[in-house]
Design a protein around this ligand. Sequence first.
Ligand code: AMP
Length: 218
Amino acid sequence: MRLVFVGPPGAGKGTHAKILSNRHKIPHISTGDILRARIKDGSDIGKIAKSYVESGGLVPDEVVIQMMKERLQEEDTKQGFILDGFPRTLRQAEAFDRALKQLSIRLTAVVDFKASLKTVLRRLTGRRVCPKCNTNYHVVNMPPKKNNMCDVCGEALVQRKDDLEETIRKRLEVYDKDTQPLVDYYRNTGLLQIVNADLEVEDLDKELESTLKSLTAV
Ligand code: AMP
C-alpha cells in the first residue's frame, strides 16, 4: 500500500499514519518529523529549515523534494509507505509524480483528512509530544498515563513551538493557500479518498480501514 495523507495540521494524519504503519508494517514517513530531527541534530537541512518550521511557514520546495527523493529510495519503502505532510505544494506534487514514474511505482490512494476549524484548534492547542520518540498525546483526549511523561520512554512531554495559537493560525492559512489546491490535483487523478477527520481516533480508524479494504479489494 502506498498512501499519501493530506489535510490541515491537527486533522490526525500523524496519529493515524502511526496506527496504520504498525498494523500494516509499512513505514510512516513524516516530513515534519524528519525536519524536526534535522533541526535537532544541527545538520545543513536543519539549519535551513529551522526558521520556517518554527514560524509555521513552508520549507522551500527544493529542500523538501530532494530530502524525499532520497528517503523514497531507502529499502523499507519497497513494501509501501504512508506519507504524512508530503507533498504540500503543487510543485512538490509534480516533482513527486516524476519521481514515482522514475521508480516505476503507483500510489494506492491520497487520503484527504477533512476536519473542521473547531476540531483542529482543539487538537493542536492540547497536543503534547515526546521530544525523544515523537509519540503524540493530547491533554484531554489522549493524556499520558503519568503526568506529562511519555508512556513509551518516560521523557518529559513538550508543546511544539509551532503549536502555539498564533503559529497554528499561520499554519492553517498556509494550508488553505498552498496545500488545499492539492486536493483538486489528486481528485483529477482519481486517487482521492475523503475521510471525516472530525471523528474520534477509533471511529476514524474504522473508516480508514474500510476505505483501504475497498481499494485493495479492487
Ligand atoms: P507537520 O509536522 O507536518 O505539521 O510539519 C511541521 C512543519 O514542517 C511545517 O509547518 C513546515 O514548516 C515543515 N514542513 C513539513 N512538511 C513540509 C513540506 N512537505 N514542505 C514544506 N515544509 C514542510
